[in-house]
Design a protein around this ligand. Structure first.
Ligand SMILES: [Zn+2]
Length: 338
């Protein structure tokens, strides 16, 4: 029996006393010290729910973040959050985003305390997610650098310093979320992977990148409908990643039209295989999950597979997310035993 690990890609739904449910970018319901305490409590619950489901690599469920990109950016200076500008995100949907008006820098660690808390709550390996440099610049309006590449490398240095502190806090895997990699292929080739490697420079813990087709929100579902019968986006980026220093790649599989043979482009990497759909409320059966993992194992050694969710679960109902976590563990157990 090969014990195959399970993990979540990043976010879990938040309790309704913290933020409105079934919504991304949901505003906080509390403020000041009450908010700090409520966020920490939500993080504790997120760990408990993963432990109860039997997940083997534990995350913070991104309970302390309003959004996976903007919350990190809020921790930096040089960014104006009062005056927002509407930009098109990933060539897909408009959002009001902060403006960069001078050199950005990190005053202090954004997530160190959260990582310390997460570390104190479980003896299992822990994973912490950060936005990747390219996805960060895609969620901002730049009024200072005038170059996507320049700004991406600035963020890469900032992320590297943050990642080193998370590592000191006891984080085992640092995962950078780069959904923008699935859209801007020329940028990925020209500087995207190098910027990501810079963010990982000198890290002693494991490094990962998550590249998905987005949350199960309407704009993404519509975009997916335009991608045709076979989604071959990964084919543009996996060869570059295969040559990079990044150790793990997280991808979307179940119910997507990604041809699974593309996994073989990552043969020297560990792969987080998405076996939980985040865009519907149906609970995957263990057999469905087993089938996806079996197919994946035709293209990569079983020992290099971790079973994961396709993307973050934040827009789902908590009860649905809990059952999906249980399904993830049950299906992976069948695969481990097979
Ligand atoms: Zn994702």
């Amino acid at each position: 029996m090969t014990n195959v690990n399970t993990t979540i890609s990043g976010s879990l739904p938040k309790p309704v006393w913290l933020a409105e449910g079934e919504k991304i970018w949901a505003p906080w319901k509390l403020s000041g010290n009450e908010l700090l305490e409520a966020k920490a409590d939500a993080l504790r619950l997120a760990v408990l729910e993963q432990e109860m489901a039997g997940i083997s690599i534990i995350g913070d469920g991104e309970q302390t973040r309003q959004h996976f990109v903007t919350t990190f950016i809020e921790g930096l200076s040089g960014v104006d959050f009062n005056n927002k500008k509407t930009v098109r995100i990933r060539d897909r949907y408009d959002a009001d985003v902060p403006i960069i008006f001078e050199k950005v820098y990190r005053k202090k660690s954004v997530f160190y305390e959260d990582a310390k808390l997460l570390r104190s709550l479980t003896t299992k390996p822990i994973k912490f997610t950060l936005p990747g440099p390219m996805t960060m610049i895609d969620t901002l309006y730049d009024n200072f650098y005038g170059s996507r590449e320049k700004l991406a490398f600035e963020f890469a240095s900032i992320l590297n310093a943050e990642a080193k502190e998370l590592s000191e806090a006891g984080v085992d895997i640092i995962q950078f979320d780069e959904p923008a990699f699935n859209v801007f292929f020329d940028d990925v080739k020209n500087w995207g992977v190098s910027a990501l490697e810079k963010a990982c420079e000198g890290l002693t813990n494991k490094t990962a990148v998550h590249i998905c087709y987005g949350y199960g929100i309407e704009a993404n579902i519509k975009w997916k409908e335009t991608l045709g019968d076979e989604w071959r986006q990964y084919e543009n980026i996996f060869p570059q990643l295969a040559k990079s220093s990044i150790q793990q790649v997280s991808l979307e599989c179940i119910n997507s039209k990604v041809p699974m043979e593309l996994i073989s482009l990552l043969e020297n990497k560990e792969v987080m295989v998405g076996v939980i759909d985040v865009a519907n409320n149906e609970i995957e059966t263990p057999e469905e999950i087993l089938k996806v993992l079996n197919t994946a194992s035709k293209f990569i050694n079983k020992s290099k597979i971790t079973a994961c969710t396709n993307c973050g679960l934040v827009p789902l109902k908590r009860s649905i997310a809990r059952r999906k976590l249980e399904a993830l563990v049950q299906g992976t157990l069948l695969f481990s035993k097979s």
